[in-house]
Structure formats: structure tokens, C-alpha cells
Design a binder for this molecule. Structure first.
Ligand SMILES: [Zn+2]
Length: 85
């Protein structure tokens, strides 16, 4: 009997973390746009862009929007790049 190899594609779904104390104390500038462009938490960006988190993560994974991952594992999105999508 031949063994059949099955390739499974697992889609990683980002866990929505509970934000402990809201926004970061210091707003981080976007590394691509420079200072003056503020990064907001993914949840906030999803709400403002009315895209929804899933679609937002898709854009992040595709590299269409600028983002920064903090040491705490929080995903921060550049609103300026999101507007251009
Ligand atoms: Zn940016």
C-alpha cells in the first residue's frame, strides 16, 4: 500500500490579546514613515479602518502596511500606510 502524503496548510490566526493597560505609554513612530506618523494597536487600526482584524492581518502579512511588533508581542499598525491600501 502506498503511503499518501497529505500536505496540510495551517493558517495561523492571530490571537487577540488582552491589552493590559490600553495604549502604550509612549507613541511609537513608524519606522518607514518616520516620526510624526503614529502607530496604533492592531485592534484600534482595524476599528478605524473598518476593515476588521482578519483583513488587517492579511494586509500586514502581505507587507502592504507598515507595522511594528513590540517586545510584549503587541502589533502596532501605521495608519498612514493603511490609508493608502
Ligand atoms: Zn508607515
Amino acid at each position: 500500500m502506498k503511503k499518501r502524503r497529505r500536505t496540510e496548510i495551517t493558517i495561523e490566526t492571530c490571537e487577540v490579546r488582552q491589552i493590559r493597560s490600553g495604549l502604550p505609554a509612549e507613541p511609537l513612530p513608524c519606522p518607514s514613515c518616520g516620526p510624526g506618523v503614529q502607530l496604533v494597536p492592531a485592534e484600534e487600526a482595524a476599528r478605524r479602518s473598518q476593515l476588521g482584524l482578519r483583513q488587517l492581518f492579511r494586509l500586514v502579512e502581505a507587507g502592504h502596511v507598515h507595522f511594528v511588533k513590540t517586545s510584549e508581542g503587541q502589533l502596532l499598525i501605521c495608519l498612514d500606510s493603511l490609508r493608502e491600501v
